[in-house]
Design a protein around this ligand. Structure first.
Ligand code: ZN
Length: 611
């Protein structure tokens, strides 16, 4: 982890004021098991929780993929932000100012600049809405759509005037140029050849004109982009910022930052397609709602949702495009471990009009009765098939069977085959004949295509090394045990580093200060993962003191044997080359070591320095 130039003192002050369980809890739904908390790992796909957080040690570790560290490690990994950015963000949260002395990288600098520009633009759009004359059409429009003032403030909704350079002129006063606006996607470079008349701000014009503006914020509450709904009949009806160094549509979900708490609490998320739908549901008290940004759901979106929720409610328009979107979702969600339902609103209603008329209770009732995504897709295909010609029916059978294949449970699949056969008046055996894969797949492992974790979590060294490090991290070593520790007793480099750090973290009594050891271990990725793994691993030794003594002795012995082998090899080499003086010295050392090794179990540690 690059600490930049932030002082260790500031870093530890911030760390001492935050609680890792609270921070992680914003991203992962955790439940308590004994001393620790557990949840589904946000860094790899899993169905049973192996992601563990320790409140007492303020660390996390995933026993599935090996990810581990402290609160800073967690935030850098989950937000993709750099270490100094994370420290600064957390510092702001707990009221500790972090002096910026390190120069950020070019990508970070660009993203930082875009964020600044977006913030200024959002403030201006929002202020426009309050302007008496200027903001009137937009205010009227929002009123018609039933959006309250409070909601306008909460989502910082604004308006872009129907001008070519309104934003450019307004922000120029703040030292924000058209190049900055273009980098943020708020201005567009004019095609000079096609548009000779309009000169204006050095060949740029405002992207958003005559639109109600919705700032899009990420989980760090940064304004990453904008969505704009036209106020007139202009096209397109909805327009989004293009992807920038700060904004990736395929990764971002509108209102996720506002919905996160409710999603974590209810373990459920409602996915809608538009800004107004999301805002209307939030306003109606359905706070676990997010919206896609004019793109189809991506597998990255699904990954983001998995971090917080175990159930997904998809709310699509029941028109053909909406159904296609739902069917695409089938491929994305299959084997994601998420329960997915599809809510269909009565004809002619959208989420916005529906909750306003019928109230949030009616929405919850719809949600409870909603079919699973698989059944929804099946029902849709069946309806198509039933109404079609014989030829069409046979064709749609293939689609239906393709969908059925996605069901992971053989019994559910059989039940559905029965329903399909009945509805289409085709015999079950004919269906299976047509799609032998339906049965063939039953024999295969149902989770064959679940991705394997990227990093192995298993400890690489000998059992003695593992147990000794475990005892060390659990405060079982006495000061005399600590005096016998040497990095070169260990074969795993991460262990060697950890022992070096442990020997630097001694208290006045010569015992290891575990908290400060853990902190320094987190600066090294491998060492940090080793420390969190063994810190959170549950182990038990009947006689800890005897076990430690045994481990130390065996490691000493192994080390002595390896030194001996090395010396003998050197001795042979020296003899072959005729370096008799060297050979003589080496010979003395070998003899000495063999003598001591013979009495090793009774003597103290062998401290032989290899020269
Ligand atoms: Zn994991």
């Amino acid at each position: 982890m690059g600490r930049g130039l932030i002082s260790d003192d500031v870093i530890s002050q911030i760390r001492d004021r935050v609680d890792i369980t609270e921070i992680v809890g914003h991203h992962v739904s955790l439940s308590r098991t004994g001393q620790n908390l557990k949840g589904l790992c946000p860094f790899h796909q899993e169905k049973s929780p192996s992601f563990t957080v320790s409140p007492s040690r303020q660390i996390f570790h995933c026993f599935g993929c090996g990810a581990g560290g402290n609160v800073f490690t967690f935030l850098t990994r989950i937000t993709g932000a750099s270490f100094p950015e994370v420290v600064r963000d957390l510092g702001r949260k707990v009221g500790i100012e972090v002096q910026e002395s390190a120069a950020p990288g070019p990508q970070t600098a660009q993203a930082g600049r875009i964020e600044q520009v977006n913030r200024a633009a959002a403030a201006w759009f929002h202020a426009n809405l309050q302007q008496e004359k200027f903001g009137e059409p937009a205010r009227r429009y929002l009123l018609e759509r039933g959006i309250h003032d409070e909601t306008i403030a909460r989502f910082q909704i604004g308006v872009a005037p129907a001008e070519w350079d309104g934003l450019m002129n307004a922000l120029a006063d703040q030292g924000i140029g058209s190049n900055d606006l273009a980098a943020s996607g708020l201005a567009v470079a004019r095609d000079q050849a096609a548009d000779g008349q309009r000169k204006g701000s050095a060949g740029f014009y405002d992207r958003f004109r005559g639109r109600v503006m919705f700032p899009i914020t990420d989980l760090r509450k940064r304004i990453v982009g904008f969505g704009g709904r036209t106020l007139g009949d202009g096209t397109p009806k909805y327009l989004n910022s293009p992807d920038t160094a700060l904004f990736k549509k395929g990764l971002t979900l509108f209102a996720l930052d506002q919905a996160r708490e409710a999603i974590t609490r209810t373990k459920s998320v409602v996915v809608v397609e538009g800004y107004f739908d999301a805002i209307a549901l939030h306003q109606a008290g359905i706070g676990q709602t997010v919206a896609t940004l004019g793109t189809a759901l991506t597998s990255e979106h699904v990954q983001v949702l998995r971090r917080f929720a175990s159930n997904v409610v998809l709310l699509f328009d029941p028109d053909a495009a909406g159904v296609r979107a739902a069917l695409r979702g089938l491929d994305l969600f299959v084997n994601s471990g998420l329960g997915v339902k599809v809510v269909t609103l009565p004809a002619g209603e959208d989420p916005d009009t529906f909750v306003r008329k019928a109230g949030p209770g009616a929405f919850v009732a719809l949600e409870e009765r909603a079919p699973s995504l698989l059944d929804y897709a099946l029902e849709y295909s069946l309806k198509e098939a039933e109404s079609g010609s014989l030829e069409g029916r046979i064709r749609s059978v293939d689609e239906i069977l393709r969908i059925l294949q996605k069901s992971e449970h053989p019994i559910e699949r059989e039940e559905r085959i029965r329903v399909v056969a009945e509805r289409l008046t085709i015999s079950q055996s004919r269906l299976i004949e047509r799609y032998p894969a339906l049965l063939a797949r039953q024999k295969k492992a149902p989770e064959g295509n679940v991705p394997q974790p990227a990093v192995s979590q298993t400890f690489k060294g000998s059992p003695e090394e593992r147990d000794l490090v475990w005892c060390l991290l659990h405060g079982k070593l006495t000061s005399s045990d600590v005096r016998r520790l040497r990095p070169d007793m260990f074969s795993v480099p991460a262990c060697q580093t950890l022992i070096e750090l442990a020997l630097l973290s001694l208290d006045r009594d010569g015992r290891i200060e575990i908290r400060s050891l853990l902190d320094s271990a987190m600066d090294d990725e491998l060492c940090g993962a080793l420390a969190t793994e063994l810190s959170l691993r549950e182990d038990h030794f009947d006689d800890v003191a005897a076990h430690i003594k045994g481990c130390l002795e065996r490691l000493d012995l192994k080390r002595a044997e390896s030194v001996l082998r090395d010396l003998i090899a050197q001795l042979k080499h020296a003899e072959r080359e005729g370096r008799w003086n060297d050979a003589q010295t080496l010979n003395v050392q070998v003899n000495e070591l063999q003598k001591r090794k013979a009495g090793a179990t009774t003597a103290g540690p062998i401290s032989l320095v290899k020269e």
